[in-house]
Design a protein around this ligand. Sequence first.
Ligand code: PEP
Ligand code: MN
Length: 343
Amino acid sequence: MILQLAIGTAEESVRELHESLEREGLRVLRSRERSRPILAVAGKIPKTLKESLARRTEVETVVQPMGELLLVARAMRERPSIVDVGSVRVGGGTVVVIAGPCSVEGRDHVLAVARQVRAAGAHILRGGAFKPRTSPYQFQGFGVEGLRQLKDAGEATGLPVVSEIMDAADLPAFVEHDIDCLQVGARNMQNFSLLKAIARAGRPVLLKRGLAATVEEWLYAAEYLAEGGCERIMLCERGIRTYEKATRNTLDLTVLPLMREWTHLPLLVDPAHAAGIARIIPPLSRAAIAAGADGVAVEVHETPAEARSDGPQALLPAELVTLVAESRVMAAVTGRALHAPPR
Ligand code: PEP
Ligand code: MN
């Protein structure tokens, strides 16, 4: 249950209410919202207490969010939240493009792609160093060396970087190499010990939707991050498993407008891992922005046929230029703007 208090409620009254609920044995969480105090109460609240809370003058609205969601629930914020990744602000009325190779394939390679990503007008550089591959015989990524190469490419081009973390034991390396945003991949969405460990790192997290996760399960995974102390969470739809085999996965844009009602978190869409086919990524990106996504994430490679992972879904650098230009148009169509280039 979420209690939205009246704007201007004295801090003393907020504290008094907070403590009185704790005396009832309830766990109370305070929203980071600054414009008004908002309290969330976890667990089952007796009906009589609920009624008496609703009668209190300082309680303006009582909201029952979906299931047990609290910190990520829409009612915890006045407006959808904005997540800063380096100098890039995700959410809040602009559209961002995340782009880069599926895997970091070497120092020169990732630097060349980073330059193309920057020149195309995209905002955040992606690149996997620890790769969750289906087969153990496939390229597993360059590990820590890949993180170093990615970060160097980001610094050389002024782009913040995002990279997937698969194991909490690697967290010190992500921090040491100042990886601006930690990606939790689809395969790890419900790896709760990983979520708890990275929640404390003080870094933004890009949480991808699990291969077969419901929206509810996905939001609870985000709640784990928030409950663990993570203040900058972004969600990324990347396609789900269905009976359809024509595409790698099925891009679920249907849930996007609904999720706006359930959560304040920024919503991104990765049409590349959904489609698995490069040529259909541009229309899916346009559709994602039309449906309200705060941005799209795509993969780029100069010679997709030689890519060490996900070649069939890699855009050519020139195709990324077009995709960014189209994203600008789609942002305008939906009353928003493409984010300015990172500083
Ligand atoms: C990726 O972004 O390279 C990746 C492996 O994505 P997902 O976890 O969505 O499959
Ligand atoms: Mn990939």
